[in-house]
Design a protein around this ligand. Structure first.
Ligand code: PLP
Length: 468
């Protein structure tokens, strides 16, 4: 399997060559040259597999430059009951008849990003060792991504991680999840500023090509193809749990921000899995809902991005979205370049033609939006009717998922975080504390390891120079 860019660069690249990279040189995102089609006999064989072995089967279709024995061992080391809390790895939590949550948030940081990041940690360590290289990962976080990345990379040979976060602006729980890590390769940098300052610093450092090369700076952001690939697996796993035959249609509702999670569902569907609808749920930051309803994609300015009670979906632009558009437009790289490189830059938005817009239905996408009041109502209702406490992002998915549910068809709502991470909103909705999984009691009181730095590019560069 080879990889090409969404903006027309068709030079074929191997999986391990794009694994450690971000954007393609032409500014596009990497995608495989094709999606392997899974026939019914193979699906039947996959039904009975443990999660780690299902992951191996799917990954091995896209990764041919890691020996199969090594890849299988990596999958088995990653997807264990010890790390993800159960043998099922992604167990279902039933609600009303035909509707269930697919629990993706029982990894080390209690959010679905662990599903991919834990695998990425293993893949990075493996490939860097094979090349005799090291990597210094630089990132900015306002919560979930940073802690998932740190928990995936902690103790990994050949990898340092420098994670910038806005000083004093994360929740005490989120802060503790990151700052309590004492591993020598983890560097928490609390920046005196807001999240955008952190992100600007990361961009500035990454744009200094000499520094980037000299200090082997890399990233783990959501455009990484391997992250997306790891996420494809749980669409298959969830599908198998609620069906007995390979032709039964199932819909998925996905709380969306950067479009990474739902893009993995799109890929599973392109591989022939009988996914009917992919329900894209947004919060008040409704860039994606607007697109699926109107055909216009208009990323917002930072000032136009709302701070909501489902904060991991507070995005102004959806960084993985270009991958879907590439497929939607028949993989026309020149057209994608016009939309994303020319129209977005010149007009701040693009609009599909009527013809292009009409194709969306064939890809199963529908969308909707959920507000703070909707979240509150959904969290209360789910507690009252089913005795389950759900997190705010999952509530967005559930609310919008039900609006698009087809009678008699199974709907899986992806649970993207546990409520323990968003205690304040749960208190507001239910007047009670969300339960904390074992091992998370009192983490706010653990010793913290972090450095406070000014919002200054040079201060961050000096810190990296002194600590690699
Ligand atoms: C990251 C995140 C999302 C959004 O996922 P995308 O892949 O960016 O669409 C939703 N919910 C939670 C809890 C998250 O951490």
């Amino acid at each position: 399997m080879k990889y090409i860019s969404t903006r027309g660069d068709a030079k074929p690249r191997a999986f391990c060559d794009i694994l450690l990279e971000g954007l393609a040189p032409d500014g596009g995102l990497y995608l495989p040259t094709l999606y392997p089609h899974i026939d019914s006999a193979t699906l039947t064989k996959w039904r009975g597999l443990p999660y780690a072995d299902l992951a191996f089967e799917i990954l091995s279709l896209y990764i041919d430059d890691i020996p199969p024995g090594d890849l299988r061992a990596l999958c088995r080391k990653t997807y264990t009951a010890a790390v993800f809390g159960s043998e099922a790895i992604v167990p279902l939590k039933p609600l009303e008849a035909g509707v269930a949550l697919e629990a993706l948030s029982n990894g080390p940081t209690l959010a679905f990003k662990d599903m991919a990041m834990q695998l990425l940690g293993g893949l990075f360590e493996y490939e860097l060792a094979r090349r005799g290289q090291t990597l210094n990962i630089l990132g900015a976080t306002s919560g979930d991504t940073g802690s998932a990345a740190e928990h995936a990379m902690r103790g990994k040979r050949g990898i340092n991680i420098f994670m910038l976060s806005p000083n004093g602006r994360m929740s005490p729980f989120q802060q503790a999840q990151m700052f309590s890590l004492q591993d020598a390769n983890i560097h928490n940098l609390a920046i005196d500023g807001v999240f955008d300052d952190c992100q600007d610093i990361v961009k500035a450092v990454s744009n200094d090509l000499a520094f980037k090369r000299a200090y082997r700076i890399g990233t783990v952001n959501s455009i990484n193809w391997a992250r997306l690939l790891a996420q494809v697996v749980y669409y298959f796993a969830g599908y198998f749990r609620v069906t007995t035959a390979n032709s039964q249609p199932v819909s998925f509702a996905v709380p969306s921000g950067n479009f990474g999670n739902i893009c993995a569902g799109h890929i599973a569907r392109m591989m022939g899995l009988a996914v009917d609808r992919l329900v894209c749920a947004t919060n008040e930051n409704d860039v994606l809902d607007e697109f699926f309803k109107s055909g216009t994609y208009r990323p917002r300015a930072n000032a136009e991005t709302h701070e909501t009670s489902s904060p991991s979906m507070d995005i102004s632009k959806a960084s993985n979205f270009e991958r879907f558009v590439f497929d939607l437009l028949g993989r026309d790289g020149a057209r994608v370049r016009t939309l994303f490189d020319v129209d977005l830059r010149e007009k701040g938005s693009f609009t599909l033609t009527r013809d292009e817009f009409a194709r969306i239905a064939g890809f199963g996408f529908v969308s909707g939006k959920s507000t703070h009041a909707d979240r509150m109502a959904t969290i209360r209702d789910t507690w009252q009717r089913f005795g389950r406490v759900i997190d705010t992002h999952t509530a967005d998915g559930l609310k919008v998922g039900r609006e698009h549910r087809r009678n008699g068809q199974a709907l899986l709502v992806l649970e993207t975080a546990l409520p323990a991470k968003f205690a304040e909103t749960i208190r507001e909705a239910l007047g009670r504390e969300p339960e904390r999984p074992p091992g998370f009691a009192g983490i706010e009181t653990l010793p913290k390891c972090f450095a406070v730095l000014p919002a200054d590019v040079n201060a961050v560069k000096c810190y990296i120079e002194a600590h690699v």
